[in-house]
Design a protein around this ligand. Structure first.
Ligand SMILES: *Cc1c(COP(=O)(O)O)cnc(C)c1O
Length: 398
């Protein structure tokens, strides 16, 4: 199909929920993507923090191909070894004792919310309310869209799931004041991704953790975007020296194959009994074999050193761009960074101009440019990307 045919068929027959760029990718290699006209792009979006090993990684492709030949899917009514291996990896030395696998971030969060509510239900407690943050993003199912602290994602779909309250992010006093007797769990991203790459301040998250311990409130951390080495550590919460009762993973976990994971600890992990929850596809051998290959690779010492070096390089380069007066802020950790622009320079226009220069970057909330490259991004690619950005900024007169 030629590009024009693809564009037109899509515009007529795909539900029009996406503002798609006028480009159709056909293949990728390393940290580069190629479109149907043969143009090359260096990727700083990684399928939104998903393709952590870039494209065509021989170990990931090999693991997927080998597993596909043996067994793609089998019902969860039976055991499958790749799932058990992944389950063991995610629970050994992480502080979590059990895991449940699903297929997406929203599903992983949906499971976390169900787990927290059933934990209270089993104890006969009236503590079904989940306290969430404004500007958060937790997914698109009806319940996770309700948990999401942005009305645009939930308002048209009322009546919404009851039992969610929202407080300003990074405001401990506001959170503490909202911790009424009906609240059984607090659900937060340790770094808000979609709404503009805003890390939790150290004091905030440490205080929230202490408050949860003090009051017996469950802490759920949504690490769908920040997990699996994205911030330089396997879990972003490790930067804070804390550990939640429940954590969710998805995006980067299987390097592009759909997967979600909900990890829990202690009594919380023992909550679900046979029949309480389930998934047809979740944790199937193909997705788990891919996740096993990803984890093997990204947690090796050499790999995490490379992430650290690349992250520092990206941060330095972005910080240099603060000399342009319309660059308002640079925020992030590891290999997830946001560069906030003045409202007069729309992030979407910079994203478009960068694409013409052969670089893919994403926009996020609050007019922020978001950089979430494959974890394999090289210093040279970082320098070329930031040079292209500087070129665009130099030519911008606002
Ligand atoms: C992307 C994202 C989700 C939703 O994940 P899906 O796989 O799109 O359902 C949830 N939480 C956070 C923090 C995310 O970044």
């Amino acid at each position: 199909m030629d590009f024009e045919k693809i564009r037109q068929t899509d515009s007529e027959h795909y539900m029009s929920v996406f503002n798609r760029a006028n480009v159709c990718f056909t293949h990728g290699k390393g940290n580069k993507l190629y479109d149907s006209f043969g143009n090359e792009y260096t990727d700083f979006t990684a399928g939104i923090a998903v393709n952590c090993l870039g494209y065509g990684d021989p170990d990931l492709v090999g693991a997927i191909a080998a597993q596909a030949e043996k067994l793609i899917h089998v019902s969860n009514l039976y055991y499958n070894e790749p799932q058990t291996v992944l389950c063991e990896t995610l629970t050994s030395g992480t502080g979590f004792s059990r895991v449940f696998f699903s297929n997406s971030g929203a599903e992983a969060n949906e499971c976390a919310i169900k787990l927290a509510r059933k934990y209270r239900y089993d104890r006969g407690e009236n503590k079904s309310t989940v306290l969430c943050a404004e500007e958060s993003f937790h997914g698109r199912t009806l319940t996770t869209a309700t948990a999401t602290g942005q009305e645009k994602y939930s308002k048209p779909y009322a009546p919404l799931t009851p039992g969610f309250k929202h407080v300003p992010y990074n405001d401990f006093a506001a959170l503490k004041a909202a911790l009424t007797d009906d609240v059984g769990a607090i659900m937060l991203e340790p770094l808000q991704g979609e709404s503009g790459v805003t890390p939790a301040s150290y004091d905030y998250l440490v205080n929230v953790y202490a408050l949860c311990k003090q009051t017996g409130t469950l802490l759920i951390l949504d690490e769908v975007q920040t997990g699996v080495m994205r911030t330089g550590k396997f879990f972003c919460f490790e930067h804070y020296g804390i550990s939640p009762d429940i954590v969710t993973l998805a995006k980067g976990l299987a390097g592009g194959v759909p997967i979600g994971a909900t990890l829990a600890n202690g009594d919380v992990a023992e909550t679900f009994k046979p029949g309480d929850h389930g998934s047809t596809f979740g944790g199937n051998p193909l997705a788990c074999a891919a996740a096993n290959a990803v984890i093997n690779k990204v947690t090796s010492p050499e790999f995490s050193d490379a992430i650290e070096r690349a992250g520092r390089r990206l941060k330095d380069r972005l910080m240099e761009l603060r000399k342009y007066k319309f660059v308002k802020d640079v925020r992030g950790k590891g290999l997830i960074f946001g560069l906030q622009l003045d409202e007069k320079l729309p992030a979407a226009s910079v994203v478009g101009r960068m694409r013409s220069e052969g670089f893919l970057i994403a926009a996020a909330g609050h007019n922020t440019l978001r950089f979430i490259p494959p974890l394999t991004i090289t210093p040279k690619e970082i320098d070329l990307m930031s040079a292209a950005l500087a070129k665009i900024f130099s030519a911008t007169n606002i």
